[in-house]
Structure formats: C-alpha cells, structure tokens
Design a protein. Structure first.
Length: 212
C-alpha cells in the first residue's frame, strides 16, 4: 500500500497515518522527520539541505525529492509507505511521478477551516521524536510527556491560532490543487474528518478497503 495523505494542517493526517501504519506494518514518511534524519546522518542531500535551513530558506524541491528518494529505497518501504507532508505542490507531485514511484491512492481528509483553528490550538508535539498529541482528542498517558520516547510535549509556534489561518490560506492556494491533479489520475479518495478519531478511522478504513 503506497499512500499519499492530503489534508489541511490539523485535519488529522498524522493520527490516521499512525493507525494505518500499525495495521499494515508500513512506515510513515513525514517530510519534517526525514529532513531531521538526513541532517543527523550527514548524507550528501542532508548536508545540502542544511545550508538552506541554517539560512532560514526553504529546501529546494530537487533536494527534498532526493532525500525522499533515498528514504523510499530503505528496506522498511518494500511493502509500502505513507507520504505525509509531501507532495505539497503540483511541481512536487509531477517530480514524484517522474521518479517512477507508483502511488496506489491519495487519501484526502476534509475538515472545515473553523474546526481546524479550534483543533490546532490544542495540539502538542514531542520536541524529541515529533509524535503528535492533543489536549482534548489524544491525550498522552502522562501529562506533558510523549508516550513513545518520554520527550517533552510543546505547542509549536505554527499551532497558535493567529498563524493557523495563514497556514490554511497557503494550503488552499498551494496544496489543494493536488486534489484535482490526483483526481484526474483516478487516485483520489475523500474522507470527511469527524469529531471523534475513531469515527474518522472507520471512514478511512472503508475508503482504503478496495486497495487490499
């Protein structure tokens, strides 16, 4: 199962990705996480990315795609993977196609902007491993601590309500056109995100049923 997850920031992609991974024994490949790994391991692409990140610039597509390509060649991706946070733009999607990476489906989780603003202000992220939690919907076992690694949970700057609206605007402008791009390829699956995680998960499972 080779999946791309689409959806606005805070739509619940990370949570659903974790559940799909557990069930299908495939890795989630998050752009942020693999960038951090590439920087730590000092790969050629990682070092190139570092020069941009240290100067506060966005990592160019060709470097990001190179890092993703390296990651997809690792053994744990043999049976499939989930791409979360990539592609974000039509050129990135075209570059992914050009790499010859076959994607089975693109799962789009739809949630209204107003609900996302409320939802994201309660989100907390592990500053060590990047696992995601929520004050209402996905509380950690120990308050303020990550279940996975025991790291401290923090609110990211871009989860503050004043910046969430800006991020949504960028999503609608840059990333939402991917829905039409993948719809034309016959790969788009749309799920309407529910208030309860379990309810969304059921809809996701039904949508993915035909891929097994």
């Amino acid at each position: 199962m080779k999946l791309i997850l689409l959806g606005a920031p805070g739509a619940g992609k990370g949570t659903q990705a974790e559940l799909i991974c557990e069930k299908n024994h495939i890795p989630t490949i998050s752009t942020g996480n693999i960038l951090r790994e590439a920087l730590k391991s000092g790969t050629e692409m990682g070092l190139k990315a570092k020069t941009y990140m240290e100067s506060g610039q966005l990592v160019p597509d060709e470097i990001l795609i190179g890092i993703i390509k390296d990651r997809l060649q690792e053994a744990d991706c043999e049976n499939g993977f989930i791409l979360d946070g990539f592609p974000r733009t039509i050129p990135q999607a075209e570059a992914l196609d050009a790499m010859g990476i076959g994607i089975d489906a693109v799962l789009d989780i739809e949630v209204a902007d107003e609900a996302i603003v409320t939802r994201m202000s309660g989100r907390r992220v592990c500053e060590n491993c990047g696992s995601s939690y929520h004050l209402l919907y996905k509380q950690p076992k120990v308050e303020g601590k990550c279940d996975q690694c025991g790291g401290t949970l923090v609110q990211r700057k871009d989860d503050h309500p004043d910046t969430v609206k800006e991020r949504l605007e960028v999503y609608h402008t840059q990333t939402e056109p991917l829905k039409e791009f993948y719809s034309k390829q016959g790969k788009l699956l749309v799920v309407h995100g529910q208030e309860e995680i379990e309810a969304t998960s059921r809809l996701v499972e039904e949508a993915l049923e035909g891929l097994k």
